[in-house]
Design a protein around this ligand. Sequence first.
Ligand SMILES: C[S@@+](CC[C@H](N)C(=O)[O-])C[C@H]1O[C@@H](n2cnc3c(N)ncnc32)[C@H](O)[C@@H]1O
Ligand SMILES: Nc1nc2[nH]cc(C(=O)O)c2c(=O)[nH]1
Ligand code: SF4
Ligand SMILES: [Mg+2]
Length: 257
Amino acid sequence: MPVSDTVARDDTDAEGDRLPINELFASLQGEGKLAGVPSTFVRTSGCNLRCWFCDSFHTSWEPTHAWLSLDEIVAEVESLSPEHVVVTGGEPLVHDETDALLSALDDDYHLTVETNGTLETDAPVDLASISPKLASSTPTPDNAPDDVDPGVWTERHENARVDLGALASLVEDAAEFQLKFVVTGRDDLDEIESLVDDVRGVADREIRDSDVLLMPEGQTREQLARTRTEVADLAASFGYRYTPRLHVDLWNDAPET
Ligand SMILES: C[S@@+](CC[C@H](N)C(=O)[O-])C[C@H]1O[C@@H](n2cnc3c(N)ncnc32)[C@H](O)[C@@H]1O
Ligand SMILES: Nc1nc2[nH]cc(C(=O)O)c2c(=O)[nH]1
Ligand code: SF4
Ligand SMILES: [Mg+2]
């Protein structure tokens, strides 16, 4: 399919609402409360953050995509059979058209939105899968992906990664939610505890420890093998839930999985 590397729209485009789509495929939900559930993934391109570990490099650091109309996306989703649809990215909520896509799919599908928690949505969401980004996600010249200079993104990411108002809104408005933290080690836990406390302070909804999920950092089986046991032990000792990355266990880092 035709791809481009800019997420800036050509405003002269008169063909209606479109979204930059990096990939669209059926798989099993690999993460979180619905792990194992057959799901269709709609991956938008473009992100307002730049995690050094981003496992979707071609939606953040180097965005590539085809511009698909909402009708084309809905038709593609219909052609795949799962009743669950996961709208992810990149950061899906940077695009206004994502709200329209969610509304178009709402009657027929269970909708999960995978989001970094920095942006709000008015759209219908069955599961807000919120993954707030910790200090350990911030890109630096030492941890950035190969051949990438994080440049202004170290500061921009650090300044934008937590927005308590957006987190409260996402927690309150979705039918269900989960706070799914990418954990690199023990040092992340103090920040998780304090951030969960802060969200409890502003959100008008109970946040149980079982709504807080710890997910090991790792884009490949080899990387996950180094982090998952420590993260599982941390979940057990802090009373939070552990989530595997089933898709990585099953298919490693293959695209469209
Ligand atoms: C690519 S992100 C897209 C959605 C949104 N931008 C976000 O970060 O939540 C999808 C999920 O993958 C997680 N993720 C990305 N890179 C990861 C890595 N190296 N290890 C573990 N989880 C990762 C994110 O935290 C998020 O839960
Ligand atoms: N199988 C599978 N499950 C996932 N859950 C969240 C994903 C994401 O990239 O947002 C993802 C993904 O990329 N693949
Ligand atoms: S917020 Fe999500 S898509 Fe954006 S860089 Fe981080 S993991 Fe990747
Ligand atoms: Mg993924």
